[in-house]
Design a binder for this molecule. Structure first.
Ligand SMILES: Cc1cc2nc3c(=O)[nH]c(=O)nc-3n(C[C@H](O)[C@H](O)[C@H](O)COP(=O)(O)OP(=O)(O)OC[C@H]3O[C@@H](n4cnc5c(N)ncnc54)[C@H](O)[C@@H]3O)c2cc1C
Ligand SMILES: NC(=O)c1ccc[n+]([C@@H]2O[C@H](COP(=O)([O-])OP(=O)(O)OC[C@H]3O[C@@H](n4cnc5c(N)ncnc54)[C@H](O)[C@@H]3O)[C@@H](O)[C@H]2O)c1
Length: 446
């Protein structure tokens, strides 16, 4: 059992590691440092808060320095780790008062997360150009929205954060333009038939869509007032950038092996980095993606929590391997629910798979169920040769979210599309149909 474990970063991944150590292992001296002043802010609540769907941010935190210290950890907030001596196993910190300290460790867990990507464009330093990641970012945007002269908001990036925020600002009474260099929204997660449904949902609710346009510069006099793209100019009193995350790897650059795509710490199934006593978890680390059967980078709170648990057990001497991930995800915009896992057909093409898709559309419940019955669209993506299921997407006004877990497990366990054809799915008219759309999509696969 290691004597001293240090965790750097105490948000979702770090907190999961800390809780796992504190709940399962006695007599471990565990210390965490976080540069921020709060722990465990659920960024997913930011859009709900801006859009007035929840009354405030209080419920968006599930841990704190006090809770973790109550369980026996030492937590240093507003304390940055500036460097790590990996050979001599020492971390060097600076606290809010500027005091430098050093702490030795036996095992180190890096949970330093990610930072929003900030394109280098003219005008980025104008007022009301915002990034959204921390609680403080959300609080600042909400405070600024108290200024009623902010009427028009441009959201750049129509991925998960951008689409959720477009809804939120529109609910907040603002005119919203949603800009993406891709030809549609959510293109990293869904195929075009699904993206088009989300596009319609957004434009039906008054969002102006500017897809296939590259932002060239921002204009304004002190405050931003225009977004200039390669095709148009849009008035905007606030501009939000959400064009993806970049892993925070300053501490290990050149010291630990890194992913060729974006520099995330390369980890094995035990979340161990290229140094034996150093683990990396959450948004700063790679995951093993079962759909591509290879290393990948997928920044999600769910991966942060699972990888934190895995690293903590391994650091404490209990071997635990990750089963890998599928990147399962979901979104709900004005009641249009979409979920996906694994690969879209479009992504299989880019990756060189010889894949096919089987689609089906039907009512959720038996036809005679006259109330609360909704259409569902499903697509299952599979490898034509091996028949292995590679991905799935579902879309409905009904809450179909639980169905995606079946496909996540199918990808993890390398289930073929043929095995799904006669898979036992129950029927009750209150819930579904005897000819279930999952069965029907599988049966229709070529
Ligand atoms: C608006 C928004 C909505 C989201 N919605 C969802 C969702 O619905 N579902 C989902 O699965 N994911 C969602 N995510 C993604 C999810 O929030 C991230 O994947 C998650 O935060 C990753 O957790 P983490 O602990 O690895 O990293 P982070 O949250 O980035 O935390 C890293 C921590 O490390 C600290 N740190 C960094 N460097 C140092 C240092 N040198 N010294 C000390 N401390 C340091 C930072 O202060 C920070 O607290 C959303 C993200 C955003 C921004
Ligand atoms: N519901 C959820 O699960 C959820 C919600 C929010 C965030 N997240 C996760 O948080 C992470 C960050 O989210 P995100 O929305 O920032 O990233 P994202 O990868 O989901 O979307 C980024 C979008 O920005 C676009 N883009 C990239 N560069 C651009 C540029 N220069 N100009 C215009 N558009 C550009 C891309 O085409 C893409 O559509 C992701 O990993 C995401 O999965 C998940």
């Amino acid at each position: 059992m290691p004597k001293k474990i240090i965790v750097i970063g105490a948000n979702h991944a770090g907190t999961a590691a800390l809780n796992t150590i504190l709940d399962n292992y006695k007599d471990v001296d565990v210390t965490a440092f976080d540069a921020n002043s709060n722990i465990s802010f659920l960024g997913c609540g930011m859009a709900l808060w801006i859009g007035g769907q929840i009354s405030g941010p209080d419920g968006l935190f599930y841990s704190s320095k006090e809770i973790l210290e109550g369980k026996g950890a030492k937590i240093y907030m507003e304390t940055s780790v500036n460097s790590v001596d990996f050979d001599n196993k020492v971390v060097y910190t600076k606290d809010a008062a500027g005091k430098d300290c050093e702490y030795p460790y036996d095992k180190l867990i890096l949970a330093t997360g990610s930072t929003p990507v900030g394109p280098q464009l003219p005008g980025m330093s104008l007022d009301n150009v915002q990034f959204v990641k921390l609680y403080q970012n959300a609080a600042e945007v909400i405070e600024k929205l108290g200024d009623t002269s902010i009427k028009k908001v441009a959201v750049v990036g129509a991925g998960y954060i951008g689409v959720e925020l477009a809804e939120a600002f529109q609910r907040n009474g603002r005119e919203v333009t949603l800009i993406d260099c891709a030809d549609t929204c959510l293109s990293a997660y869904y195929d075009d038939i699904f993206c088009k449904r989300m596009e319609k949902q957004l434009s039906d609710h008054g969002i102006r869509l500017a897809f296939g346009e590259k932002v060239k510069q921002l204009e304004g006099n002190g405050k931003v007032d225009k977004v200039v793209t390669d095709q148009n100019t849009y008035d905007a009193d606030m501009v939000i950038f959400c064009v993806g995350f970049r892993p925070n790897t300053k501490l290990g650059n050149g010291q630990l092996k890194q992913f060729h795509n974006n520099g995330a710490y390369l980890t094995d199934l035990m979340q161990q980095t290229s140094r034996p006593d150093v683990y990396a978890v959450g948004d700063c680390a790679t995951v093993y993606n079962n759909a591509i059967e290879d290393t990948d980078y997928i920044a999600l709170a769910t991966n942060a929590v699972r990888s934190g648990i895995i690293a903590a057990h391994n650091a404490c001497g209990t071997e635990l391997k990750s089963p890998g991930v599928q990147g399962s995800n979901g979104i709900s915009i004005w009641g249009l629910n979409m979920v996906s896992t694994g690969l879209s057909l479009e992504r299989t093409k880019k990756l060189g798979f010889d894949a096919a898709a089987t689609d089906y559309e039907d009512w959720q419940k038996a036809g005679f169920m006259e109330k609360d019955n909704y259409k569902v669209v499903i697509r299952i993506v599979y490898d034509k040769k091996t028949r292995r299921i590679l991905g799935a997407q579902l879309c409905s006004d009904y809450d179909i979210s639980m169905a995606i877990h079946l496909f996540s497990m199918a990808i993890q366990e390398k289930v073929t599309i043929d095995k799904l054809k006669l898979f036992d799915l129950f029927f009750l008219p209150h819930f579904n149909q005897p000819y279930n759309y999952i069965t029907m999509a599988a049966l229709n696969a070529e």
